[in-house]
Design a protein around this ligand. Sequence first.
Ligand code: IMP
Length: 177
Amino acid sequence: MTALAHPRVLIPESKIRQRILELANEISYDYRGKEITAICVLKGSYIFFADLIRGLARPLNCEFMGVSSYGTKTVSSGEVKITLDMTEPANGKHIIIVEDIVDTGLTMQYLLNHLKARKPASIKVCTLLLKPESMKCDVQLDYVGFRIANEFVVGYGLDYAGSYRQIPYIGVLDNET
Ligand code: IMP
């Protein structure tokens, strides 16, 4: 049996928990009087999504979308395919896209344009992580958990080749990427 390697800790669990509470409070304040439709972008954001929505003190609908980019394992190509779609129409809804990480921004740009065409009442983006140095396009990110350097991270839902999603912190694989 192969043991799971332990990535170097970049953001510990306690910091993630604290920042998510802050984000949830900020979102709850901004959406007072409104019902939120939160979209979990699979697969990477499901753990972040589960923690974030439990802090939202507003009426809430949850949707799930699957997105796969046609890049190699660590480089985004910007070509995106929707592999799973919302079950309810987006029209007239106050949508928050909940993403694990924005790297080049190309996936989010595609998703935003795709959903805006469905005429939601409003649409915002909440990402746990952002790599500002990697951004290749101009995408408005309304809520950002942490800005990180341009290195490949895993854990807290994020994977490398399908592994490491269950690591409870955000870590860096120093020798394996
Ligand atoms: P984009 O470059 O912003 O389009 O990001 C595309 C996708 O690549 C993200 O949604 C993640 O799923 C994945 N990704 C980018 N950087 C990382 C990373 O450091 N760790 C794990 N996945 C990543």
